[in-house]
Design a protein around this ligand. Structure first.
Ligand SMILES: C[S@@+](CC[C@H](N)C(=O)[O-])C[C@H]1O[C@@H](n2cnc3c(N)ncnc32)[C@H](O)[C@@H]1O
Length: 279
């Protein structure tokens, strides 16, 4: 049975071992995508033959994956929080680390009825839609400078029947009407322009979602410059940042007069998130 599902998967996983931390999973997701089934189908029907058309499509995707192209772009979606989100090269692939920001954000608004939330640089809509899915009473504005990203974010909102997020194209605060939010969340670009990581697989993701000047701090500085004007008294701002920015970002927060500033570590014990409160 040279082309049974299980033999195709086994061969592909072996090839992927050097390229991916999750070779078996990648192979299963790619084949399931080509078969237009979910992954469990591959387990249930392991003996079934894969026809030539599917095999050809699978081989094309596998070759791309073997050249480091991100799995999420190949299959067209990424799981984030409890949602499968559509992604394309127009948006950053949402990362599991960002779920920590969602966790903390939910804690910060736990006692507020109908909190007003602003998600700056929403990309696929990941943070805004995760928050909306947990807090249907929240009034959320999600903005991005990229219209292509906003098209994807809106599709994700529609697909998950979320109608409480308003999407606005804006260069940070420029097109956001003056108003007070209870919470501002953002995962802005924060990579240094000369960072060697940019040559790795993230090179396929939009540069404008990743890079922020020579120090990686340009966008965070721009956001903090205007943030206080958009925060209610007692409101929080949460900023995801690079693992090596755990000193600078809290300092920038202190410079604008935020209080109760803290830096929160990710599962790998890296400083990845800073929080500050308007007193
Ligand atoms: C690191 S991505 C984060 C995407 C999404 N929030 C997430 O966590 O997956 C940064 C986002 O900021 C957007 N962005 C970059 N510069 C911007 C600007 N000047 N104003 C608004 N959004 C901007 C990018 O288009 C991108 O979608």
């Amino acid at each position: 049975m040279p082309n049974s599902i299980q033999t195709v998967l086994k061969h592909a996983a072996t090839q992927l071992t050097e390229r991916s931390d999750t070779p078996k999973l990648d192979a299963e997701l790619l084949l399931a995508h080509c078969l237009q089934k979910d992954r469990s189908y591959c387990y249930a029907w392991g003996e079934k033959q894969v026809n030539q058309a599917v095999l050809k499509a699978f081989k094309r995707l596998l070759d791309r994956r073997l050249s480091d192209y991100p799995l999420a772009y190949l299959i067209g979606y990424q799981g984030f929080w409890s949602l499968d989100l559509k992604v394309s090269e127009a948006v950053l692939i949402p990362r599991p680390e960002t779920e920590r920001l969602v966790d903390i954000a939910l804690e910060k608004i736990i006692t507020i009825l109908s909190p007003k939330i602003l998600d700056l640089g929403t990309g696929s809509g990941a943070i805004a839609l995760a928050l909306a899915s947990e807090r249907p009473d929240a009034q959320i504005i999600a903005s991005d400078a990229s219209n292509a990203a906003l098209i994807i974010a809106k599709e994700n909102a529609t697909c998950h029947h979320i109608g409480t997020v308003q999407f606005i194209q804006s260069d940070w605060f420029n097109q956001i009407e003056p108003q007070g939010f209870d919470l501002i969340v953002t995962n802005p670009p924060y990579i240094e322009s000369q960072d060697p990581h940019l040559e790795q697989s993230i090179r396929y993701e939009p540069l404008e979602a990743l890079v922020s000047g020579e120090t990686g701090l340009d966008d965070i500085q721009r956001i903090l410059k205007q943030a206080l004007d958009y925060m209610n008294k007692g409101a929080w701002i949460l900023i995801e940042h690079g693992y090596n920015q755990g000193k600078q970002v809290p300092q920038l927060m202190q410079n604008i007069g935020l209080q109760q500033i803290s830096c929160i570590k990710d599962a790998n014990n890296n400083d990845r998130l800073s929080a500050g409160k308007k007193g």
